[in-house]
Design a protein around this ligand. Sequence first.
Ligand code: 16G
Ligand code: ZN
Length: 537
Amino acid sequence: RVEMDTELQHADAYPVPSGITMEYGTAGFRAPACNLPHVMYRMGLLAVLRARYTRGVIGVMVTASHNPEEDNGVKLMEGLGDMLSVSWEKHATSLASAQLGELRTQLSALLRDCPGSESSSPVQKYHVLIGQDTRASSKVLAQAVSDGVTDLGGTFKDFGLVTTPQLHYLVASHNSDGLMGEPSLDGYYRKLSEAYKALMAQAKPQPKIEGSYPLTMDGANGVGAPKMVELLSYLKSSLAVKIINNGESGKLNHECGADYVKIGRRAPKGLQMLEGRIYCSLDGDADRLLYYFVDKSGTFHLVDGDKISTLMAIFIQHLLKEAQLPFQVSVLQTAYANGSSTRYLKDTLQLQVYCLPTGVKYLHTKAKECDIGVYFEANGHGTVLFGKRVLDKVAEVMQDSSKPETQRAAATQLYHTSQLINQAVGDALSDLLAVEAMLSLLDLSLPQLYALYTDIPSRLLKVKVIDRQQITTTDAERSVTHPEGLQAAIEERVHHHLQARAFVRPSGTEDMVRVYAESKTQESADCLAHEVALLVH
Ligand code: 16G
Ligand code: ZN
């Protein structure tokens, strides 16, 4: 029987500050960095326990993504790079604020319940992979995680600076005996760059712009910038990207990055946009990607996650047809997806579209059930998952010399696409390569992609309330179930606007309620959002 006989040597160094409780939310814990050392230590402990249950390595990423530099956070990953199992979020939450005595009790209970813990077989080593973003606080917090790991007898490897998706990849490749690729950063870069080069072998060369680059990438002053530089060194001359906000002087996520661009629908500060060039922004841990450009009149246009998923769906649908493979492409969206995108995907492209609650874990889980599941949140987080059935069939067609060349070539392109797109999680670097390759291969420009459908004007607001948990929703967050009467009141307001819809949902990352409205004109969308916000107040 395994008992809690370990000393928890470092526990005294990580007391729970009074008055602080935290919940393992949509993307783990997030808070001002100074409130996090005890949480990080406890997540190190939890990671070892989870490794006992899953019998694989666990990843612990220290990051607060697009939040301000002063914040930090942590998320766990397991298995084939999936996020921590939802059934373990409650353990994470209760351990996070457990004082020493309580901590021992909780750890003992989890150890006792672990399958196989009765056996007297020698204790395996449990291994944890740790990564961190560029925040000043990340190093010390990663140290706290490793203290937790060693206190429970686990081993760890600290990869230092990595993007969140890179850590997902490392976990996935470790746990799949290298099937997903070599479990190293070199393996990650090789996999992506080889797939990209193979895809681009059939594309027109990138147009040369004298003395400049066609693509400029805003690194949000985060980890994505140096990692893109590394990736480019593997790509050699097959892709040229100018990187701005590379962290050398600016502050993380400050007036730059995907969240700033998305919310303000404007360029990062200091960027002079030119017509004919294209631009993209990552967020602070490089798991979100958005594109944008200006037209002749200098008007800013955003190619958001909805449009990126449209591009990917078109590309894959096209290849499936060429390869004569009868698989279904499904597109998974959240309630924030612009109504125009949903209509375009369903009516024009004739694709299966699902709406799911906000949060990658819901989208990712659903995508795994599909032949091919394309998911992107409007904010730019997303990926494409290829089912095993599809990949087996793709491999068969690729190798079947009795098939026509075009059919085999299309299957080969599908294969490279599945290698290029991170199968563990939305990955800005991998998505960037995929967007570049798909636009080239479809011979589509970014403005042309943008023009496939016109977004319905929308407005997103946040409202501070006393207790956001008072609001509960159903139907993928599109309808309020509590407080009573609120849904009817929202519908009544929606009725006064043309082609409108609106919903409210409690944020999973901030103490706020979010309000979203769409309507025929911007004025009407703004007005509806304000009216609904007043109902929530
Ligand atoms: C987290 C989620 C993101 C979601 C956002 C919503 C992950 C990895 N990230 O950042 O998918 O869009 O939360 O935040 O799941 P909200 O609940 O505050 O609106
Ligand atoms: Zn992020």
